[in-house]
Design a protein around this ligand. Sequence first.
Ligand SMILES: Nc1ncnc2c1ncn2[C@@H]1O[C@H](COP(=O)(O)OP(=O)(O)OP(=O)(O)O)[C@@H](O)[C@H]1O
Ligand SMILES: [Mg+2]
Length: 227
Amino acid sequence: MFITVKDLHKDFKLGKNSISILKGINLSIEQGEMVALLGPSGSGKSTFLNVLGGLVPPTSGEILIRDFRISDMTENELCLFRREHLGFIFQSYNLISTMTAIENVALALTFAGVKKDIRLKKAKEALEIVGLLDRMEHKPNELSGGQQQRVSIARALVNHPEIILADEPTGNLDSKTSADIMEMITKLNREDNQTFVIVTHDPEVSKYCTKVIHMCDGLIESWEDQR
Ligand SMILES: Nc1ncnc2c1ncn2[C@@H]1O[C@H](COP(=O)(O)OP(=O)(O)OP(=O)(O)O)[C@@H](O)[C@H]1O
Ligand SMILES: [Mg+2]
């Protein structure tokens, strides 16, 4: 199995108390799947995605991606692993306001130690995939919400990661832009066999996915295979 999650728990400490947010998640995902993660606000979707991507350590349980045991890695190992294998798309875009679109995308490669001319070339290719070549010299505040989201997708794609974790990638977008972005993601998924895990509130988004997982109160309540 490509991704395996076993009895995953996450507690957060609040003062003297500890609250249990993920309460024993079990899940397997095959390579090339497109998984939608649905559930009410506060059910733990973002927390799960962050733990899965090694951004937040689990309290207990196991996460395996290929042969890598994410749940046992040190911060340094995780950092390298994320850089090589994962791409993140956040709802809030997280773009740097003083940098242009192409600089924002190329930045993801700076950390990977890629030379500047190659960084710019790859960033350009990624912006082309999301249809934003003509906006590459624009800064975030000179772009629409949908365009900023596409820049953040280009940034997630620029390394060609095997796995892309997306937290409400279409959350702030109108239905047309949202459909465009899902078409683009589906194309990448088919062409490059990239695996996507997408948190969403939108049933339209889940229609594009191979598997739909419903989370409730820190647990997986049910799931459907849509292949
Ligand atoms: N760092 C933290 N410290 C304490 N509690 C946290 C922390 N992060 C998240 N929580 C709590 O965990 C619960 C789940 O939060 P999470 O962000 O995972 O929900 P979600 O399913 O993504 O919700 P939404 O759909 O609103 O984005 C919430 O009750 C939240 O208050
Ligand atoms: Mg969330």
